[in-house]
Design a protein around this ligand. Structure first.
Ligand code: C2E
Ligand code: CA
Ligand code: CA
Length: 694
C-alpha cells in the first residue's frame, strides 16, 4: 500500500474545492485558496486576523446567536470526534451563503487543532427551496393534479384532486387514470384524447367525471407529457379544474343572452338562431314554414298615458297569450318593443297559418286589466312563407314585417300575407281569399233582405237578397269588397248557392208563417251563369228548400248575356222553362242590343240606381227612365226602380206608372229578424207608408 507523504497532504489541502481551515484556540492559523475565495478575502493574513465569529451573521436561521451556537458545536465536535451541520456564513462584502460544515478535532501534541471543511450548498439550498415551493403550490392549489407513468398508472396526486373526486390519496395511487369516468363520453372520445397526446404531447378540453359519491360533474382537463433529459416521454400530468360553477354561469348567461327578460319568451337572437335551424331542416325535408310578425296596435298610447309599468304588463300578457295560441313546436319571440314573432315550422298548408293567425287575433281580444283600466289589445300580423317568400332569415323576417305594415295600414287587428312575386294588392287578395274560404265554412256569409213594393197598391211584393259577410274582426263587410274577388277565384259559385239556399229557406218559412206570397230576387254572378249545371244547382236548392220556382227571380246583368248569345239563350230558356223568373239588373248601364233583348225570355227590368238618382237634376236620366218604363210596358215586363232615396224621385216614378220600387226611402237591406219585425209582422203599416209618401 503506497502512502502519500506530507507534501502530498499539503497539496490535497491546497487544491480542494471545499474550503478548508485550521483553527487553533479560537483563531484561524491556516486555510486554503477555496476558503479565501468563498469568503471574499484576498490574503490569508486578513483572514487570520478575523475572529471566526465575525464570519457569520449575528444569528443563525433557527434564531440562536451564531457565537453561542458555534461554541456549542465546537465543544460537541471535540467531545464526539467530529460534527457535521449546516451554517450560514457571511462574506467580506456582507452577503450570506449557506455551507455544510464538517468539524474535525486533530490532536497536535498538547494542543487540539480543529480542522474545518466548508462545502458551499447554495445550489442545493435553492433546489430544495424550489421543491418546497412547488410542493406548497401543488398542495395549496385548488386545481386537482395527478401524475401518471407511461402506463397511465397514477403515481402522485395533490390534495385538491382528492377533494375534487372525494377519494383518499391511498385509494387513488396505483389506479389507472380515467378510473373516474362518468359514462357520458364514448370510447371514441377517450381514444381521441390519447391520439392527441401521442401526436402533440398535450390535450385539453371539457370532460365529465364521476366523484366517489357517484355525482357526475364537469371539469376542464389539461394533460401534458413530461419528457426526460433525453427527450423520451416518461410521465403524464393531468390538471383538473372544476367547472361546475362556470357551466352554471354559462347556462345563466345563455339564458340571459337568449331570453327576453320581460316575457320569458325567446329574444331576437334566439329567434334568429331558431329560424336558421328550421329553415335548414325544412329545406332538407322539403317542408314549408311560416313566419308571423306581430305588432301591438296603438301600444305607444298605452305607454304614454298609463306609464311603462302598465305597458310592460300588457306586453307580458300578450306574450303569454301568444305562446298559448301556438303549438309547442312553434317559437314565439319578442323582438323588442311591442314587436313579436312566431315561427311555425312543418306547415301543412296556408290554412294552418290562417287558423293560427286567426286564433292569435282572437286570443288577444280578451281585455287585460292594467292599473285599473281594461285594455283590449289589438294586433297586426304579417305572414311570410318559406320557401315562397324567402330563403333566408333576413328575407323572411323583412317580408313578414312588410306584410305586418300592410295589415296595420288597413286599420290593424288583422293579418296579411306577403307575396313577393305579386304586389301588395295580391297579398291582400290572398289573405282575403283564404279568409273567405274559412268564412264560408263557418257560415259567416248571410243574406240581408231589402223589400220591394208595388207602387200602386203600396203592397210588399217581395225582396232582394243581398250578401253580407259577418267578419269576426272586421264586422259587416259589404259585397263590393268581396264579390269581385269571389268571382275571380271561383268562390262565388259556392257563395251564390249558399245565399240562394238560405234566402229560399228563409222566404219559404216567412210565406208559411205569414200565409202570404213573397217574390224573392237573388243575384247571379257571371261565373254562375256560365256554369253548365246552373239549372241543376238551382233546382236542387228549390227542391231542398221546398221553394216554388215561380216565386224566385234570378237577377243578371246585361254584360253577362251579351257574350255568347246562343248559349245564353239556351241557359235562359232552361231556367225560364223551369218556371224561374229572370230580371236584368242595373238596366241601362250596358249597351244591350234591344233586338237580342227581345229574344230573351225575361220577366223583369231593374232600372239602375244611377238613373233614379239623376231624375231630379238630369234631363237625360229622366229620358232614359221614361224610355225604360215604356219599353217594359211594351214588352210586358215587370219594372223595378232601384235606389229610390227621395220622395221627389218617387213622385216622378209614380207619374210614369213605374210598377215597383226598392230603395233606402223605404228600407235599407235588413238582417232576417229585422226584416221580419219591420215588414212582415205589420204589413199594413208599411203599405200605408208607401202610399202616403209622395
Ligand atoms: P245590386 O244587385 O245592384 O244591389 C243593389 C245595391 O244597391 C245593394 O248594394 C243595395 O244595398 C243598394 N241599394 C239599395 N237601395 C239603395 C238606395 O236607396 N241608395 C243606395 N245608395 N244604394 C241602395 P249592396 O248590398 O252593397 O250590393 C252591391 C252589389 O253586390 C249588388 O248590386 C250585387 O251586384 C252584388 N251582390 C250582392 N249580393 C250578391 C249575391 O248574393 N250574389 C251576387 N252574385 N252578387 C251580389
Ligand atoms: Ca240586384
Ligand atoms: Ca242593381
Amino acid at each position: 500500500m503506497t502512502r502519500i507523504d506530507q507534501n502530498q497532504y499539503r497539496a490535497l489541502f491546497e487544491h480542494s474545492s471545499d474550503a478548508m481551515l485550521i483553527i487553533d484556540n479560537g483563531r484561524f492559523i491556516d486555510c486554503n485558496d477555496a476558503a479565501l475565495q468563498m469568503l471574499g478575502y484576498t490574503t490569508r493574513q486578513a483572514l487570520f486576523e478575523t475572529h471566526p465569529s465575525q464570519l457569520s451573521p449575528p444569528n443563525q436561521p433557527d434564531g440562536r446567536a451564531s457565537f453561542d451556537k458555534a461554541n456549542e458545536l465546537i465543544e460537541q465536535a471535540m467531545k464526539e470526534g467530529s460534527r457535521r451541520f449546516e451554517w450560514i456564513h457571511r462574506k467580506l462584502d456582507g452577503s450570506d451563503f449557506p455551507v455544510e460544515v464538517l468539524l474535525t478535532p486533530i490532536p497536535d501534541g498538547e494542543r487540539m487543532l480543529l480542522h474545518v471543511v466548508w462545502r458551499d450548498i447554495s445550489e442545493r439550498k435553492k433546489a430544495e427551496e424550489r421543491l418546497r415551493l412547488a410542493k406548497h403550490v401543488t398542495d395549496s392549489t385548488s386545481e386537482g393534479i395527478i401524475v401518471t407513468d407511461m402506463d397511465r398508472c397514477i403515481i402522485e396526486v395533490n390534495p385538491a384532486y382528492c377533494r375534487l373526486l372525494g377519494y383518499e390519496r391511498s385509494e387513488v395511487l396505483g389506479r389507472q387514470a380515467g378510473f373516474a369516468r362518468s359514462g357520458r363520453h364514448d370510447q371514441a372520445f377517450y381514444r381521441a384524447i390519447w391520439t392527441a397526446l401521442e401526436a402533440d404531447g398535450h390535450w385539453q378540453g371539457e370532460i365529465w367525471d364521476r366523484r366517489k359519491s357517484g355525482e357526475v360533474f364537469p371539469i376542464f382537463l389539461r394533460i401534458n407529457t413530461i419528457y426526460d433529459a433525453a427527450g423520451n416521454p416518461c410521465y403524464y400530468t393531468g390538471l383538473f379544474s372544476d367547472i361546475t360553477h362556470q357551466k352554471k354561469t354559462e347556462e345563466q348567461l345563455e339564458e340571459l343572452a337568449f331570453k327576453d327578460a320581460l316575457t320569458g319568451l325567446a329574444n331576437r337572437a334566439l329567434y334568429h338562431q331558431r329560424l336558421q335551424q328550421e329553415i335548414k331542416r325544412c329545406r332538407r325535408q322539403g317542408r314549408r314554414l311560416a313566419v308571423l310578425f306581430i305588432d301591438l296596435d296603438r301600444f305607444k298610447g298605452v305607454n304614454d298615458s298609463l306609464g311603462h309599468t302598465s305597458g310592460d304588463l300588457l306586453l307580458a300578457t300578450v306574450g303569454q297569450r301568444l305562446s298559448e295560441a301556438v303549438r309547442a313546436a312553434d317559437t314565439v319571440a319578442r323582438m323588442g318593443g311591442d314587436e313579436f314573432t312566431v315561427i311555425i315550422p312543418d306547415l301543412e298548408d296556408d290554412f294552418t297559418v290562417h287558423d293560427i293567425a286567426g286564433k292569435i287575433l282572437a286570443s288577444a281580444l280578451e281585455p287585460v286589466s292594467v292599473s285599473g283600466h281594461e285594455l283590449l289589445p289589438h294586433l297586426s300580423i304579417g305572414i311570410s312563407l318559406f320557401p315562397r317568400d324567402g330563403q333566408t332569415v333576413d328575407d323572411l323576417t323583412r317580408h313578414a314585417d312588410r306584410a305586418m305594415y300592410q295589415a296595420k295600414s288597413e286599420g290593424g287587428d288583422r293579418f296579411h300575407f306577403f307575396l313577393e312575386a305579386l304586389n301588395e294588392e295580391a297579398g291582400r287578395r290572398l289573405t282575403l281569399e283564404i279568409e273567405m274560404r274559412k268564412g264560408l265554412e263557418r257560415g259567416e256569409f248571410i243574406p240581408y233582405y231589402q223589400p220591394v213594393f208595388d207602387l200602386a197598391s203600396g203592397e210588399l211584393t217581395g225582396m232582394e237578397a243581398l250578401a253580407r259577410w259577418q267578419h269576426p274582426q272586421r264586422g259587416l263587410v259589404m259585397p263590393d269588397d268581396f264579390i269581385p274577388l269571389a268571382e275571380e277565384t271561383g268562390l262565388i259559385t259556392r257563395l251564390g248557392q249558399h245565399i240562394l239556399d238560405l234566402a229560399c229557406g228563409q222566404t219559404r218559412q216567412w210565406m208559411e208563417r205569414y200565409g202570404r206570397s213573397l217574390s224573392l230576387a237573388v243575384n247571379l254572378s257571371a261565373r254562375q251563369f256560365n256554369s253548365p249545371d246552373l239549372l241543376q244547382q238551382v233546382e236542387r236548392i228549390l227542391h231542398d228548400q221546398r221553394f216554388p220556382a215561380n216565386q224566385l227571380t234570378l237577377e243578371l246583368t246585361e254584360s253577362m248575356m251579351m257574350g255568347r248569345i246562343e248559349s245564353t239563350l239556351q241557359q235562359l230558356d232552361q231556367l225560364r222553362g223551369a218556371g224561374i223568373n229572370l230580371a236584368i239588373d242595373d238596366f241601362g248601364t250596358g249597351y244591350s242590343s234591344l233586338s237580342y233583348l227581345q229574344r230573351f225570355p225575361l220577366t223583369t227590368l231593374k232600372i239602375d240606381r244611377a238613373f233614379v238618382d239623376g231624375v231630379l237634376a238630369d234631363r237625360n236620366s229622366r229620358a232614359i227612365v221614361r224610355a225604360i218604363i215604356s219599353m217594359a210596358r211594351a214588352m210586358e215586363l215587370d219594372v223595378i226602380a232601384e235606389g229610390v232615396e227621395q220622395v221627389e224621385q218617387l213622385d216622378f216614378l209614380r207619374q210614369l206608372q213605374c210598377r215597383k220600387v226598392q230603395g233606402y226611402l223605404f228600407s235599407r237591406p235588413l238582417p232576417a229578424e229585422l226584416f221580419e219585425e219591420n215588414l212582415l209582422q205589420d204589413p199594413e203599416k208599411h203599405r200605408s207608408a208607401v202610399l202616403s209618401l209622395g
